[in-house]
Design a protein around this ligand. Structure first.
Ligand code: ARG
Length: 569
C-alpha cells in the first residue's frame, strides 16, 4: 500500500468526480526524479471527460488543494500531472514505517489462504540434475516469500520414486548387486546398474519380462522387491539431503509418486463416469482436441498400470482434499509444459470445485547450461550438483583469501558466499529464460550477483561497527535526508512490501533479485558520494539510520531468497 498514492488520488477526485481506486491505479512513479515522485497520466480520462489530456492536467492542477498534505508541488508537463512529495516528510514516513515493524515487509495479507508449492522433486536412483537445482531454489524462494506474507504455505517434495524403471533396477541388482558399492556413490552406481540392465533388456526379451514381473510384485507388496526399492529410495534421499543441507532447503512433505500411486485407482473411474475416457489400443486416454490440445492425455497403460499424468491427477485430488489449497504451484521446467496443460485440463473433469482447478499453476522455468569440461563426468554431461556447490564454496574461499586473508571464520563465510552466488544466479534472470551458469559471472563481487549484495550488506555493517551506539528514530532530523542519494534509497525501502507482493503475483523471484540489486546500487552511490561518519551529528545520525535500514532490508530480502549474509567478508 502506498499512502502517498492514496493521498494524491483523494485530492484528484475532489476535483474530478471519478472512482478513487481507479485513479490511484493510474498513478505512476516516474523514472526521472525531475518528473516528480508520482505522475498522473491524464490520457486515460480523455475519452470519458471529452477533453484533451493537457487540458485535463491543467484543470486539475489549477483546482487541486494540496495545503496541509505531503504534496509539495504539482506541475503540468504535457498530458501529465507531476507530483512532488515533501522530501523530509517522505523520509520520516518511510523510516517510521520501517522502525515500527518487527519484520519489515512481512504481512498478514495471505492469512487464511493455503498455498501448496511442489518443487525440487528429483527422481530416486537418478541424478539430481541442474534443472532440479533450479526448481529447488525458485520453489524455496517462493515458499519463503508466501510465508512471509502470511500465507499458510505447504512445500512438497514430490519425489519421483515410482515407475516401471524400478522393476528393471531390481532385476539388475539381483544379477550384479555385489559388483557395485552402493554405500559410496549410490546414485551413480545405481545409474550404472540401470544402464546395464536396460541394454540387456534390449537383447533379451525374457529379462524384460522379468523386470515387468518385478514391478508388478513391487506394486503387490512383495517383500523382496519392496525392501530393495526402499533401499534405493533411502540411499537416494540421503544423497539428495546433502544438497538440501548445503542449500538450506526444507520441505513440509515428502509425499512422492509412490505415495500418490496408492490413491490413483480413483482417477480412471471418475473419468470413466464423466464419459471422458476412451480406448486406444487397449490403453485409456482422454481426448483433449476440443480443448485445443492435440495430444491426448494417457491415463492408463494397456497393462492397467497408471502413468505420471494419472498420478499427478491423483495428487491434485489429494492436495485439494488435504490442504484445501487456494493455489497449487508446480515449479517444473518448461519442458513439461504439455504435461501440465494436459493435466490441468483433465482436472476439470474430476468433479472438483472450480476453485481448485483455477488455483493450479505451472511455474515454468528455463534450462540451465553448465560450463563443459571439468564439471562433466566421463559418462557424459551429468554434473553432480553436490560437486558444483562445493566448487562454488571453494572458489569463493579462494577469492576471500586473496581479498581478506586475515578474516576469521573464513570457511563459514566462503560457504555463505559460494552458495549465495549459485542461488542468486539461479534466480536473477526471469525464470522462463534459459540461463548459462558461468563461474566468473556468478562469483563476481562487483557484478549483478549474490556476492555483490552480500558485500554491500557487509559495508553497511562496517559502518555500524564503527559506532558505540546506533541512533534511535526519535533522534533523527529527516531534513538531513533530502538529498537525491538518500531519497533514492528511501523510495526503494518504501517499495519493499510491494515488491514482495509482485513476486507472488507473477511467481517470479527475479523481481526481488532486481530490487536487491537496485537497493545495493543506490546504497553504493550514497556511500561513495556521502561521508557517513564524521559529519556533524545530525547528518551523521540520519545517514547512519538510513544505512542501518538498508542493511536490514538487504538481509531480509536475501534470506527470503535463501541466501545467508556474512557479517564480514
Ligand atoms: N520428478 C519429476 C522430474 O524430475 C518432476 C515432478 C514435478 N512435479 C509434479 N507434480 N509433476 O521431472
Amino acid at each position: 500500500m502506498d499512502k502517498f498514492k492514496e493521498e494524491i488520488a483523494k485530492k484528484i477526485v475532489q476535483v474530478i468526480e471519478l472512482d478513487e481506486k481507479e485513479i490511484e491505479s493510474y498513478i505512476e512513479r516516474p523514472k526521472e526524479s525531475s518528473n516528480g515522485d508520482y505522475a498522473f497520466p491524464c490520457f486515460r480520462l480523455a475519452k470519458e471527460l471529452k477533453k484533451a489530456p493537457p487540458m485535463i492536467a491543467k484543470d486539475i492542477s489549477e483546482n487541486i488543494q494540496i495545503e496541509g498534505t505531503d504534496i509539495k508541488k504539482v506541475e503540468v508537463v504535457g498530458g501529465y500531472l507531476n507530483f512532488f512529495i515533501d522530501k523530509g516528510e517522505f523520509a520520516k514516513q518511510v523510516l517510521a514505517n520501517f522502525s515500527n515493524q518487527g519484520e519489515y515487509g512481512s504481512s498478514q495479507k495471505g492469512k487464511g489462504k493455503n498455498v501448496v508449492i511442489d518443487y525440487s522433486a528429483p527422481n530416486i536412483a537418478k541424478p539430481f540434475h541442474i534443472g532440479h537445482l533450479r526448481t529447488t531454489v525458485i520453489g524455496g524462494a517462493l515458499y519463503n516469500i508466501y510465508k512471509y506474507l502470511g500465507y499458510n504455505t505447504i512445500g512438497i517434495n514430490y519425489l519421483g520414486d515410482y515407475g516401471t524403471q524400478f522393476g528393471k533396477l531390481i532385476e539388475g541388482y539381483k544379477l550384479w548387486g555385489e559388483e557395485y558399492n552402493l554405500d559410496e556413490n549410490p546414485i551413480s552406481e545405481l545409474m550404472k546398474i540401470y544402464i546395464r540392465i536396460n541394454n540387456l533388456c534390449k537383447e533379451d526379451e525374457q529379462v524384460l519380462e522379468r523386470c515387468r514381473e518385478n514391478f508388478k510384485k513391487l506394486e503387490q507388496g512383495d517383500k523382496y522387491c519392496v525392501d530393495l526399492w526402499e533401499k534405493f529410495r533411502e540411499l537416494s534421499i540421503k544423497e539428495f539431503k546433502k544438497i538440501y543441507d548445503l542449500l538450506g532447503s526444507k520441505f513440509d512433505s515428502w509425499d512422492g509418486e509412490s505415495f500418490i500411486a496408492t490413491k490413483a485407482d480413483e482417477i480412471p473411474k471418475i473419468l470413466e463416469k464423466a464419459g471422458k475416457l476412451q480406448d486406444s489400443n487397449g490403453a485409456k486416454i482422454v481426448d483433449l482436441e476440443d480443448e485445443g490440445i492435440d495430444t491426448p492425455c494417457m491415463i492408463q497403460k494397456s497393462n492397467g498400470s497408471t502413468i505420471y499424468a494419472t498420478r499427478d491427477l491423483a495428487a491434485i485430488l489429494y492436495r485439494a482434499r488435504t490442504y484445501d489449497f487456494d493455489k497449487c504451484l508446480y515449479v517444473v521446467a518448461y519442458e513439461q509444459n504439455l504435461h501440465f496443460k494436459q493435466i490441468f485440463t483433465v482436472a476439470k473433469y474430476l468433479g472438483l470445485d472450480e476453485k481448485y482447478v483455477k488455483g493450479l499453476e505451472h511455474v515454468a522455468f528455463g534450462m540451465v547450461s553448465l560450463p563443459t569440461g571439468k564439471m562433466s563426468t566421463r559418462s557424459g554431461n551429468i554434473v553432480k550438483i553436490e560437486d558444483l556447490l562445493n566448487e562454488a564454496i571453494q572458489r569463493a574461499g579462494e577469492t576471500i583469501n586473496k581479498k581478506n586473508p586475515n578474516l576469521e571464520n573464513k570457511e563459514e563465510i566462503a560457504k555463505k558466499v559460494g552458495i549465495g552466488a549459485v542461488i542468486f544466479n539461479n534466480l536473477s534472470s526471469s525464470r522462463v529464460k534459459d540461463i548459462i551458469f558461468d563461474w566468473d559471472t556468478a562469483l563476481n563481487f562487483q557484478g549483478e550477483t549474490g556476492p555483490y549484495i552480500q558485500y554491500t550488506y557487509v559495508r553497511t555493517q562496517s559502518v555500524m561497527n564503527k559506532l558505540d551506539t546506533i541512533p534511535e528514530i526519535a533522534e533523527i532530523n529527516f531534513e538531513k535526508l533530502e538529498d537525491d542519494y538518500s531519497q533514492e534509497i528511501l523510495k526503494l525501502i518504501y517499495r519493499f512490501d510491494e515488491t514482495l507482493e509482485q513476486v507472488t503475483q507473477k511467481e517470479e523471484p527475479a523481481i526481488l533479485t532486481r530490487y536487491l540489486l537496485d537497493l545495493a546500487k543506490a546504497f553504493s552511490s550514497f556511500y561513495n558520494e556521502n561521508k557517513i561518519i564524521g559529519e556533524e551529528e545530525e547528518t551523521q545520525n540520519a545517514r547512519v539510520y538510513l544505512t542501518r535500514a538498508v542493511g536490514e532490508v538487504l538481509k531480509i530480502g536475501a534470506k527470503l531468497l535463501g541466501i545467508e549474509m556474512p557479517e564480514k567478508m
